[in-house]
Design a protein around this ligand. Structure first.
Ligand code: ARG
Ligand code: ZN
Length: 863
């Protein structure tokens, strides 16, 4: 079944007040709803009301207090006929139904994790709790009463403000919550169980006092400080940058160990994967600290961009996600504390976009940031909707300036606060607030695929002119053979010896355009798409000499990094080793006292295999792996002295700090360590073992362990065992232990990682039902370990098929994510391609596939 954007119809009925009475029992939770129903925008007298419900046991239905018998039930719907006054006037609907949280392994709707109750309703999980108009354009006011045995479930939470708590007979108790803001059902949440919280009271811009709480299992309480600090920083930042204040008396975050995604922005009651809440220096890496900061911010920012103004329908998902990712990226960039720190953050974001989103945009699941069609909405929580969506929002800011962007945001809230709206509404607010015509900009919402901009630059020495011709194109994507030109704005700069570098913004709106620059005294070096001002591929045959110039002297740090990446990429793809010119340029960067260690680490990290694949017509994964490894080894050997010195210079003694400066130093130091093991494992492995033993923080301990494991160095096995014993009780650290072993590339003399992974799957601590654990073994192997996964005998693909089929009945969302690992099969050379296709066909042949996996594999196969 396929859903189409253009088939949107406003709701026939809508809801006013909703009262939920929920008696929690893992085996049999009774949900009573009392709903005020009103005619909706496409109401016609006599229209039946169609509610959705899944995996529910229907008990009873009343209308205006009377039992009502004119209804039909199907496994997915409850259709009610003969409504009072033909439905034209307000009436009350009362439904009783039952669900079974302990059997719910999909982790959508109401489920049990480690004995506690949690919900996940976005996108369509609320229908697994009760029959409802489970669509985002139906916004209601909720009052929720939770009942449960007090000893087992001392804490009862839902959205909004706590109205009252009561003792009930037989050791039960209840809590009643009221959310003052109307909301769609996907923002509903409840939590019940043995949890404890840390709390803070803060004063927001209006002078109001607000209570902030972070709820976790009692043994995790000491790991919540960083999340709390991140929340407070987010609240202040949103006031300062966008004038947006927290609108509730109380804001809660709850951590849960079983969760499909990162986190969820339920109104006033955010629910998080523990991975994005819990951190202590001993157990979390710098990357974990940074991710927590950004996810806490992301969910908090949704309170305005997502909750106060929500989506009309799920095709508009990027309206809230692209915008909120943009906001969290800007927040994290500001938290870096310097201009150079902002650049580091930008490089990291773009690297992720190109490693994950560009392949998606070139593959069988390619879709515009506002898709036109889906079979299962859960499959559209993608890097395209999120990360490319954020790039599109960033382009408004590039065009309108920060102030113009802010004006657009202000108008957006002025017009749409409390409404469920569309991407077009957002664009209109940006356009109207700035008096601009943004009609061509709409193509970014409607067309999939990464645009390609071909660059032709000619210097005319006689006339002292530089002529720049840009030609844009975009390859066909599923359902879109022809593309209209995009509105692409590119920051460019002509770099000439001795002259000041003046940046310009070029607006490419036609297929081809030419710009002429006058009074250019010497042949310039073109620096184009600076700071990655547009999410496009630049097709430019720039000489190595020019790229070296940019690498050593472009004043745009992004393009400086980019030049190095391009040089390395070209050499790797041509199976060349770094030449002395490149080695010298790298050396200069490493020795430059004015550059951030974090920047150096990024500059010296080679392009990922997944990005290299996208540059090829036909991928031989083993060849690319071998070329990349040789390139890296050479870099390691040629700069061995520098790596050794950097290792010493970038130590971070004293109490642990997770700030940008210190984490940058650790990143560079640990890259140096890994390079040293590349250069000579015999000499340097003892230093890695020593770092592993003496480290007082997870970043250093894990990096040392990773260096040993990745190189198959002496002591790796002992350290792995030591690590497991030290952290056996800490699920998130044990996830790292699994993930590290699953991500080891092939090493000569060691057994295949696939065999290792199969053993890990039998480990007593492995749990297929827990998404974090399943991902740390299976997804990491299939999606983040290309050289081990892509074996010519197809054994990796067979493992993939087996795993998708094992996961699907348990958790379709997690299975469908894994299924995406074979998306790019057509890009591969033989024998890989045929073997991938066979594995896809094997999965597609299963008769009982979920809609989630079915959509992914059938689109991959083009059926
Ligand atoms: N809205 C959440 C976020 O981006 C993601 C929730 C997605 N959940 C899902 N089951 N598809 O913060
Ligand atoms: Zn989000």
């Amino acid at each position: 079944q396929s859903f189409r954007r253009l088939e949107y119809r406003p709701p026939v009925y809508t809801f006013g007040q909703v009262e939920l009475d929920i008696a929690l029992d893992p085996a049999r939770t009774i949900v009573k709803s009392k709903i005020e129903v009103l005619p909706g925008n496409s109401f016609e007298p006599g229209a039946p009301m169609v509610l959705v419900g899944q995996e529910l046991e229907f008990v009873s239905l009343r209308i205006n207090g009377e039992a009502h018998r004119r209804f039909e039930l199907t496994p997915e719907t409850l259709t009610i006929h003969s409504l009072p006054k033909e439905g034209a006037e307000k009436f009350t609907l009362e439904i009783i139904s039952i669900c079974v949280p302990e059997k719910n392994t999909s982790l959508m709707g109401l489920y049990v994790s480690n004995g506690n109750f949690f919900t996940q309703c976005e996108a369509e999980g609320f229908r697994k709790i009760t029959y409802f108009l489970d669509r985002p354009d139906v916004m209601a006011r909720y009052r929720v009463t939770l009942q449960a045995p007090e000893a087992q479930y001392p804490v009862l939470l839902s959205n909004g403000n706590l109205l009252k708590e009561e003792k009930l007979p037989n050791g039960w108790h209840s809590a009643t919550w009221e959310d003052p803001f109307p909301k769609p059902s996907y923002l509903f949440a409840l939590v019940a169980g043995k949890l404890e919280c840390i709390e803070e009271t803060i004063t927001t811009s209006s002078g109001a006092k607000k209570l902030l709480q972070i709820w976790v299992e009692p043994h995790d309480l000491q790991k919540t400080r960083h999340a709390m600090d991140s929340l407070i920083a987010s609240i202040h930042w949103d006031e300062k940058r966008f004038g947006l204040e927290l609108d509730l008396e109380r804001f809660m975050i709850v951590a849960v160990g079983d969760f499909n995604m990162g986190a969820m922005e339920n109104k006033g009651l955010n629910i998080f994967n523990t991975k994005f809440v819990l951190a202590q220096p001993e157990t979390a890496t710098d990357a974990d600290f940074a991710n927590i900061e950004s996810v806490v911010a992301h969910e908090y920012f949704h309170n305005w961009t997502g909750n106060r103004v929500t989506c009309q329908d799920w095709f508009q998902l990027s309206l809230k996600e692209g915008l909120t990712v943009f906001r969290d990226q800007e927040f994290s960039a500001d938290q870096m504390g310097s201009e150079s720190g902002r650049a580091v953050k930008r490089i990291e974001d773009v690297r992720l976009l190109r490693q994950l989103q560009f392949p998606e945009d070139a593959g069988p699941m390619a879709h515009p940031i506002r898709p036109d069609e889906y079979q299962e909405i859960n499959n559209f929580y993608t890097v395209t909707v999120y990360e490319k969506g954020s790039e599109v929002v960033r382009m408004y800011q590039t065009l309108l300036g920060r102030d113009g962007f802010r004006k657009g945001m202000d108008l957006y809230f002025q017009r749409h606060d409390g409404q469920a709206v569309t991407c077009d509404d957002f664009l209109a607010a940006m356009a109207d607030a700035n008096g601009k015509d943004l009609s061509q900009f709409k193509n970014w919402y409607s067309q999939a695929g990464t645009p390609r901009v071909k660059v032709d630059g000619q210097y005319d020495a006689a006339n002292k002119q530089y002529r720049l011709t840009l030609t844009q194109s975009c390859a066909p994507t599923p359902g879109q053979a022809e593309k209209k030109p995009f509105h692409i704005r590119l920051k460019v700069c002509l770099i000439t010896a001795g002259n000041d570098q003046v940046e310009q913004l070029l607006e490419l709106t036609e297929s081809t355009q030419t710009w002429t620059f006058d009074h250019i005294e010497d042949r310039p070096v073109l620096s184009i798409n600076r700071n990655f001002s547009a999410p496009v591929n630049i097709d430019f045959e720039q000489s190595e000499e020019d790229l070296l110039t940019l690498l050593s002297s472009d004043d745009d740090p992004f393009n400086r990094w980019e030049a190095g990446q391009k040089l390395a990429m070209q050499m790797i793809l041509n199976n060349r080793l770094p030449d002395s010119a490149l080695i010298n340029a790298y050396r200069e960067i490493l020795l430059d006292p004015n550059l951030d260690p974090a920047f150096k680490e990024l500059a010296l990290t080679l392009p990922a295999e997944s990005y290299l694949y996208e540059q090829c017509k036909s991928v031989d994964p083993q060849k690319i792996f071998a070329a990349r490894i040789s390139f890296r080894k050479e870099l390691a050997k040629q700069l061995q002295l520098e790596w050794a010195a950097l290792y010493q210079q970038n130590q971070t003694p004293g109490p642990f700090k997770s700030d940008a400066i210190n984490s940058g130093k650790r990143a560079l130091k640990n890259l140096a360590l890994s390079m040293l093991l590349d250069a000579d494992p015999k000499i340097w492995a003892p230093m890695a073992r020593n770092q592993f033993q003496i480290a007082d923080n997870m970043t250093d301990r894990y990096a040392a362990l990773a260096a040993l494991v990745m190189h198959g160095a002496k002591g790796a096995a002992e350290c792995l065992e030591d690590f497991y014993k030290r952290f056996a009780d800490d699920a998130l650290v044990i996830d790292k232990w699994f993930a590290l072993q699953s991500s080891r590339p092939p090493v000569e003399g060691l057994e295949s990682t696939l065999n290792e992974v199969k053993r890990l799957r039998e480990h007593p601590a492995f749990k297929l039902n827990n998404p974090n654990r399943a991902r740390s073994v299976i997804h990491v192997f299939c999606a983040n370990n290309p050289a081990s996964f892509h074996q010519a005998d197809g054994s990796g693909y067979a493992f993939w098929a087996e795993s998708v089929l094992a996961l699907d009945p348990i958790n379709p969302q997690v299975a469908a994510r894994l299924a995406r690992a074979l998306d790019r099969w057509r890009l591969f050379a033989e024998p890989y391609q045929s073997k991938m296709k066979a594995a896809l066909e094997q999965v597609a042949a299963c008769q009982t596939l979920s809609p989630d996996v079915k959509e992914v594999v059938s689109k991959a196969l083009g059926i």
